[in-house]
Ligand binder design. Sequence first.
Ligand code: TMP
Ligand code: ASP
Length: 236
Amino acid sequence: MEKRELLYEGKAKKLFATDDPGLVIQYFKDDATAFDGTKKATIASKGVINNACSEIFFRLLEGHGVRTHFVERLDEREMLCRRLDIVPVEMIVRNVMAGSLARRLGRPEGDRLAAPIVEYCYKSDALHDPLINRWHVTVLGFATGAEIDTMTAMALRVNEILTPFLAARKLLLVDMKLEFGRFQGDILLGDEICPDTCRFWDADTGRKLDKDRFRHDLGDVAEAYHEVHRRLTSPA
Ligand code: TMP
Ligand code: ASP
């Protein structure tokens, strides 16, 4: 397998073609942005940690029968993945009131939800990833009804698998953002699963151990990423 041209550069990752049209290389950068790229910094070793965390989660999910784009981690910053036709809908799964949901509804952060809430956002930086619903997804043709149902069921399944795995490592899975894509007629989980794309709170103290430390200038950002990785790689 040979690395070829840069296909796409996002805010936190680069995507490279390979000599196999069905495979791409996902390269994890240390760059961090928030608020649609208006706030920028680099977080030392973030890319290495996000690559490693994503590998752990993708392997766990594959072990539970959830199909993902993950093939193998190639090195510290690179992951070999199946090449997906990405569905332009970000799936948010929430277990605890936080972030934009808390803001939108005027609630304080921290209350456990009675059941998980799934939200859909249209993947568009220019439009600030607006919240949409199932009708927008199907009527505007972002995905078929069958596809959005599959993605929703998969997102809830991912939540069911990750929540106890993280709880055993003293991490509360507050919420997460998942992306899916089409691959040879199937829907696969794509993108990454890491402290950039999830909220992880220390189960005992509620300390935020994720990108919110960067978004809201809470300090000790790199340390929080390292702490998540340390817990994921320590025996439960
Ligand atoms: P939110 O509460 O800000 O809408 O975020 C919900 C989840 O989505 C949270 O776990 C962080 C993640 N997220 C991303 O992965 N990318 C983004 O651009 C945003 C705003 C949130
Ligand atoms: N990824 C988003 C951005 O750049 C924001 C976020 O994660 O909060 O702007």
